[in-house]
Design a protein around this ligand. Sequence first.
Ligand code: NAI
Length: 246
Amino acid sequence: MRLQGRTALITGGAAGIGRETAALFAQEGARVIVADYNKQQGEEAIQALLQKGADAHFIEVDVSDSGSVTKMAAEALARYGAVDVLINNAGITQDRTLAKMTEEEWHRVIQVNLNGVFYCTKALVHSMIERGSGKIISTASIVGVHGNIGQTNYAATKAGIIGMTKTWAKELGPKGIQANAVAPGFIETGMVANMPEKVVQQMLEKIPLRRLGRPMDVANAYLFLASSESDYVNGTVLEVNGGLVI
Ligand code: NAI
């Protein structure tokens, strides 16, 4: 029970890595808020957790809309009094090479992946500052560190998340709040299912562990950063990629 007594809010918790994380955190004793714009999947995820006896709650939110995020934060704080752990996990891709990428595709990915992380963190940071504690964990990507063909927009957001995380680690550390990022490699979720099979095969040859990551591999990294085991870890980017880039 590594998260006993803590409340964790997981954006994008209705599917993929976020959903696995919600289940793992509930198993470790956390009160879990799944915040997602997919209402049906989010409510299904919560039902599954409630059936296992967890304290879990769904909030419908579009992280790219600051008004929606403000309401999410108010609902979470009204229900549980505090959010101890924020997992900024919601993210999307809209891939195209630079020459073909439209401004719309650029702005949409920035709006969800980068502005969304800013909105969610800003909406909850005041209550963390008041309480003198909190853990902010944001999902970057290997692509934010090394780049990837067809992902100008996505790479910019994930590199931005690393920059924000290091800034928050410096700004908020003195207030008892830690900020860290996780940079997954290629993880078997809907996001990777959209990649061409040929690209996945090429990727597998480069991964020393010779497999894609599983959502649980990333959920475990979030768990470490959410638990007191990481109390002296601040401003780091934890890479979870099977050694794809060494
Ligand atoms: P996924 O597509 O399986 O799940 C993403 C979740 O975010 C969905 O439940 C979706 O409804 C939600 N979401 C999307 N836009 C939203 C919005 N505007 N407001 C609220 N919720 C929204 O994706 P996956 O693979 O689980 O990704 C989770 C995070 O991990 C993302 O930030 C992604 O960029 C990152 N990541 C994933 C990798 C992978 O290989 N799957 C690799 C590196 C990073």
